[in-house]
Design a protein around this ligand. Structure first.
Ligand SMILES: Cc1cc2nc3c(=O)[nH]c(=O)nc-3n(C[C@H](O)[C@H](O)[C@H](O)COP(=O)(O)O)c2cc1C
Length: 380
């Protein structure tokens, strides 16, 4: 069978034809099984509360799945968390705000996991001072584990079910009461939400425009292209970034019918198709939610990440699918207009910081994203 690039892209977009391109046996082996192993084995290592908690913390949501966490175990009851600096995203996240939010989500899971066995994780964020304008080699947090019978958090049970879901949602409405319940789980940040159709339309248009800007600029789209991992072998070898898995994608990639680098050309058929898909995906959102902090200190960013994680788990428990849409929140010059418009639409105050913007709805089930095993994130 020959597939032109254009036809292949049509198949990808339609998502219809798994069986057509891929004969049974080979197709059945294309899941990146080992890259998803950390989701299955979390909690198995019970010898040390720090290792137990770390095996869950690496499942935290984080920008482009860069997994910037690096940990040093100190003595018998403490650890230090660092950011691995070359895992940042300097073009789309020039002040490392989003990377820090992801590290906050990591710390929230760490703390919840420790509580499962009655341990309190005492977290001191940026104990040697807050790095600005970018992160540096100083620790992100020092954590001491103390067994004091601290209570379990009921949200913890959803850690292994949580996913970022980039699919088209099915159009079912999200009830305001449930939305309120989910956004009410945050502790430090302010969370807003809407399911109002007119507001949804305005917010979708802003998110789509901001995404188009990111996809148009070669230096920002390059960060996405570099994060893409295509096919089982590549995903298992480098279990980070955004995985494109499955027999159709992998088969077409092997046949040379597409390459992630095609996205660098805004006129390529894959870029055109991608933009159409994004319209459909964002347009299918049943609700939006956003998280705002009073300031934008590193401590605020960590708090935002911790709260974002709580929100994600509560949304998972409620049966929602969710996807952050971060483009309009990004702090690089070309995005300034969209940044201003989004803040205005959401009523974010002059001194406040919009830390997360997320779409919600009901989407098809998705597989967990790849992760490096937690052991590989422990430094000597
Ligand atoms: C601060 C932050 C910003 C993010 N921005 C986006 C985004 O703009 N678009 C998107 O699809 N996912 C976004 N994500 C989700 C990550 O890509 C996702 O967490 C990562 O790929 C791992 O997948 P998982 O959440 O399914 O475990 C963001 C996550 C965080 C923490």
């Amino acid at each position: 069978m020959t597939l032109s690039r254009r036809n292949f892209v049509r198949i990808l977009g339609g998502g219809a034809v798994f069986a057509a391109a891929a004969g049974g046996a080979w197709a059945g082996t294309r899941d990146p099984f080992s890259a998803r192993a950390p989701w299955r084995v979390a909690g198995i290592d019970g010898t040390d509360i720090r290792r137990f908690a770390l095996s869950y913390a690496v499942l935290a949501p984080n920008p482009h799945n860069r997994q910037p966490w690096l940990v040093r175990l100190d003595g018998t009851d403490s650890l230090t968390l660092y950011c691995e600096l070359d895992r940042r995203l300097p073009q789309t996240d020039p002040f490392d705000r989003q990377i820090t939010v992801g590290l906050g989500a990591f710390l929230e899971i760490l703390s919840m996991a420790a509580a499962e066995h009655g341990w309190r994780a005492e977290i001191a964020a940026f104990p040697q001072g807050e790095p600005h304008p970018r992160l540096d080699r100083r620790p992100v947090a020092q954590v001491r584990f103390r067994r004091d019978g601290t209570e379990k958090d009921p949200l913890f049970g959803w850690v292994q079910q949580r996913r970022t879901n980039r699919n088209v949602y099915d159009g079912r409405p999200v009830a305001a009461a449930m939305l309120g319940q989910v956004t009410g789980t945050v502790r430090q940040a302010r969370m807003g939400s809407t399911n109002d159709p007119a507001r949804r339309e305005a917010l979708s248009a802003l998110a789509i425009a901001a995404l188009a800007m990111e996809m148009k600029l070669p230096r920002t789209v390059r960060e996405t292209v570099d994060a893409l991992r295509v096919g089982k072998a590549e995903i298992d070898r480098r279990p980070d970034g955004i995985a494109l898995a499955g027999p159709v994608v992998e088969g077409a990639y092997e046949l040379g019918l597409f390459s992630p680098a095609d996205l660098l050309d805004p006129d390529s058929s894959i870029s055109v198709r991608e933009r159409a898909n994004e319209h459909k995906q964002i347009g299918s959102s049943a609700a939006f939610a956003w998280l705002v902090t009073d300031g934008n200190s590193r401590a605020d960013q960590i708090a935002a990440g911790r709260d974002y994680l709580r929100f994600c788990l509560a949304a998972t428990a409620a049966g929602f699918s969710m996807q952050p849409l971060s483009q309009a929140l990004q702090e690089y010059p070309e995005m300034a207009g969209h940044y201003r418009d989004m803040r205005r639409e959401l009523g974010v105050g002059a001194n406040e910081t919009l830390q997360m913007f997320v779409r919600l709805g009901y989407g098809p089930a998705v597989e967990p994203a790849p992760r490096w095993p937690y052991e590989s994130r422990i430094r000597a």
